[in-house]
Design a binder for this molecule. Structure first.
Ligand code: 5AD
Ligand code: SF4
Length: 480
């Protein structure tokens, strides 16, 4: 691709403050793209592929918003797109391996398409070894940036288009939150809303505090304003996003609690459902439990990662709660919100985990009876304290524990799901069923999915459904 030169006159006009600066670069990238489209003799397309969590999914919506403003057209087939962006995750090593595997394939496709560009961003890019490896072995990549400067995407893209060279921009950390940039929602009726960024917990196995930086809460007024705008635009359900939403507000100039924020959001007219993710048990307050019990809008679902049932391992994980404390919390929540669905994350094979420790985890699973649980094999992340701990557990033992845990979790969640059979519940219809277009898929307040006869006109609507038949972890139902 030919380099495009910036004139001195152009350089003078660049705003210094955000988000104005990015809006300026969106306009400039538009001009750059027009030139490239003329060269290609056709419209140019993009495809954003997201790895990892909801936080990344939300970031990707921001990337898509900017790309569409610039004039790119979305293409869902990655192999056909002219601009491929990977928004990466690095929470476990296998997430990284998947990216390298797919990059190899992309490199071959790029050889055949002279207009193609490839960008990588997200958590994996915050690891210096990763960027070194990409520079050395994947020289065909056009643009690399990290989690802290994602708001500068338009500027970085314009720089790439105008310089014709690989652009790499990674920041170690930031205290900045840039508001009011474009974003394109995947669903018209629901949206993720960032309430905080980063994480200060430093669980000893976890790389997130190193790649997402220090905890920063958004100003509550900016959050409310964003949700009010979303609601005016047709959104009825929001998912409040943060690595540790229970510690929201602690770092604000005038501190407020997460429970107080929820009370404010509850007041927004037209908003029907509120979800949030992720809660840390150590910061889950009585005030929050009370708000959940009283709220009309907060969904009957709490994701409360336990990670391990052994107090000894929890201490080594730096989780700052014990098995007993966790079980007490669960009792309190169930007392305040009797029909709540509880889900969790569990890691097996943390360094030093014995069979007795593992039995404690199974014991928690049996006592809490989770509606569903994400189970992970411990993955060693360079730079975290756990990576250098002794007694790493041999692979065969971890796999055996993982399988035993999985069968326990699956058995219980099927039983938990079945208790709702025959009841009538309200579903928010999300899509036409992928496998059978005479069915639609709706989500219940407790986060379970129900498939029932319907059509695309129901998408975004609340519909009362009888849950006829439980199929393990979802329902087949009918409108009542
Ligand atoms: N190995 C395995 N699982 C991990 N998680 C975080 N770090 C690791 C790791 N090093 C899991 C935790 C967390 C979820 C998002 O990923 O269970 O809650
Ligand atoms: Fe993955 Fe964690 Fe980054 Fe989310 S915050 S994308 S889970 S590394």
């Amino acid at each position: 691709m030919e380099a495009i030169k910036r004139t001195a006159d152009q350089e003078m006009k660049i705003p210094v403050s955000e988000p104005e600066r990015q809006y300026y670069f969106i306009e400039r990238a538009k001009v750059d793209l027009e030139r490239l489209k003329k060269e290609a003799g056709r419209p140019l397309t993009f495809c954003v592929t997201t790895f990892g969590c909801q936080m990344n999914a939300r970031d990707s919506e921001k990337l898509v918003g900017i790309l569409e403003k610039i004039g790119y057209i979305e293409e869902t087939d990655e192999e056909k797109a002219d601009f491929v962006i990977y928004n990466t995750c690095t929470v476990r090593e296998n997430a990284n391996q998947r990216v390298y595997g797919r990059l190899g394939q992309l490199g071959r496709i790029k050889k055949k398409n002279p207009h193609m560009m490839i960008a990588l961003c997200g958590c994996m890019m915050q690891e210096p070894e990763v960027v070194e490896k990409l520079k050395k072995s994947y020289g065909f990549i056009d643009l690399i940036f990290g989690t802290h400067n994602i708001y500068k995407f338009a500027e970085l893209l314009a720089t790439r288009m105008e310089s014709g060279r690989m652009v790499i921009d990674i920041w170690k950390d930031t205290d900045k939150i840039v508001e009011d940039l474009p974003s394109e929602r995947k669903y018209s009726f629901k949206s993720g809303v960032n309430i905080m960024f980063g994480c200060n917990n430093f669980c000893s196995y976890c790389i997130v505090p190193y790649v997402r930086g220090r905890e920063r809460s958004r100003d509550p007024r900016a959050i409310i304003r964003e949700i009010e705008r979303l609601v005016a635009d047709g959104v009825v359900e929001v998912m409040l996003l943060g690595q540790n939403v229970n510690s929201y507000g602690k770092t604000l100039d005038s501190p407020m609690t997460f429970a107080q924020l929820l009370r404010e959001i509850e007041k927004i007219d037209g908003l029907r459902r509120i979800r949030f993710m992720t809660s840390h048990p150590k910061d889950l307050s009585d005030e929050l439990i009370q708000v959940m019990g009283e709220s009309e809008k907060i969904c009957k679902h709490l994701h409360l990662p336990v990670q391990s049932g052994s107090s000894r391992i929890l201490e080594k994980m730096n989780r700052r709660y014990t098995k007993e404390h966790y079980l007490e919390l669960v009792e309190k929540i169930r007392a305040a919100v009797p029909d709540i669905s509880l889900t969790t994350d569990i890691i097996v094979g943390f360094p030093g985990e014995t069979e007795e420790d593992f039995q404690e985890t199974l014991d928690v699973v049996r006592k809490v009876r989770y509606d569903s649980a994400f189970t992970f094999i411990y993955s060693k992340r360079t730079g975290t304290p756990a990576a250098v701990m002794g007694n790493q557990v041999p692979e065969e033992i971890v796999k055996d524990r993982f399988n035993r845990l999985l069968s326990e979790v699956q058995q219980i969640s099927a039983e938990m799901c079945a208790v709702h059979e025959g009841t009538v519940q309200t579903a928010l219809v999300e899509s036409v069923n992928e496998h059978d277009n005479k069915l639609v898929t709706g989500r219940l307040s407790n986060n379970l999915l129900v498939h029932f006869p319907g059509d695309a006109s129901m998408i975004g609507q609340f519909i009362d459904v009888r849950l006829r038949e439980c199929r393990g972890f979802y329902y087949i139902g009918e409108q009542v």
